[in-house]
Design a protein around this ligand. Structure first.
Ligand SMILES: C[S@@+](CC[C@H](N)C(=O)[O-])C[C@H]1O[C@@H](n2cnc3c(N)ncnc32)[C@H](O)[C@@H]1O
Length: 260
């Protein structure tokens, strides 16, 4: 008897071959729903046909990537987190003159530039070095351009906007002082093995929510190991680290964990 073909599993292998993204590590129900609705809107009956179509029209891969990587972001997203970082966390972390930070799943850079300006405001004597990593090369290109639109700035404190960004025809561009604090690289968090104890601060917000739980926990453990003792991991406001103590982390504030 022939076994029924699981077109989702086959589609995941296809995406892995052509884009290098391992969809099997993402939550299947959400990812599958997004992919099927994407193809249904184009009149494509199933994922096997979807893969055939993408092989014939590789320029449609960008549309697919938009479905896979959810790039929603904005400057000062979840302002209460930034207030806490500015008031408590950054001053405690900034014991020396440098601060190494990582925005893991940085999308188009809003989080990294928010951190850069928040450091300037909260710990002015310290020069932060901020690394932004995202799997989506189009987002990395946008992040390097460092331009944000009106929707991106909607939660930005006006004084921070004026100090850190300048008006350009397309919106607001991070000033050179901010841009020199931040660098962006394309990378896959599922594959990266960050150096141990190399960061004072890791932000990984609204990114692992799409990962299957075992992968999410493994990634949190890797992020924890990349922190120096005393360093902090910040997760999204609806997220939690499932077993912080096992990773050497102590919850200190809502959504913030300190490495022992
Ligand atoms: C919703 S955005 C979050 C952006 C930002 N951290 C924030 O909270 O505003 C999630 C980002 O994670 C990225 N992403 C998803 N899977 C990834 C992976 N395996 N490696 C690196 N980045 C990934 C997506 O491309 C997307 O830009």
């Amino acid at each position: 008897m022939a076994l029924a073909v699981d077109d989702y599993i086959e589609f995941c292998s296809f995406v892995r071959r052509v884009c290098g993204i391992d969809l099997s590590q993402y939550k299947r129900p959400q990812m599958e729903r997004r992919l099927r609705s994407y193809f249904a809107q184009q009149g494509v009956a199933n994922l096997t046909e979807g893969a055939d179509r993408l092989m014939r029209c590789p320029n449609e891969l960008d549309g697919l990537l938009d479905r896979i990587t959810i790039n929603v972001s904005q400057l000062w997203r979840n302002p209460e987190q930034w207030e806490l970082l500015a008031a408590k966390v950054l001053p405690e972390l900034a014991v020396g003159r440098h601060l190494e930070a990582w925005s893991a799943g940085c999308s188009y850079g809003a989080e990294a530039f928010t951190l850069a300006q928040t450091c300037r405001d909260a710990i002015p004597g310290v020069s932060p070095r901020i690394l932004g990593i995202d799997i989506d090369r189009r987002m990395i290109a946008r992040a390097r351009h460092a331009v944000f639109n009106e929707a991106d700035i909607r939660s930005t404190p006006p004084a921070s906007l004026a100090r850190g960004f300048e008006r350009v025809p397309e919106g607001w561009q991070a000033r050179p002082e901010l841009r020199q604090m931040v660098r962006f690289e394309q990378g896959d968090l599922l594959r990266i093995r960050p150096r141990r104890e190399s960061f004072d601060l890791v932000l990984c917000r609204n990114t692992v929510i799409y990962f299957a739980e075992p992968m999410r926990d493994e990634l949190h453990a890797r992020l924890a190991s990349s922190l120096r003792p005393g360093g902090c991991l910040v997760v999204g406001s609806t997220e939690r680290v499932s077993e912080p103590a096992a990773m050497g982390l102590l919850p200190t504030h809502p959504f913030i964990y300190r490495k022992a």
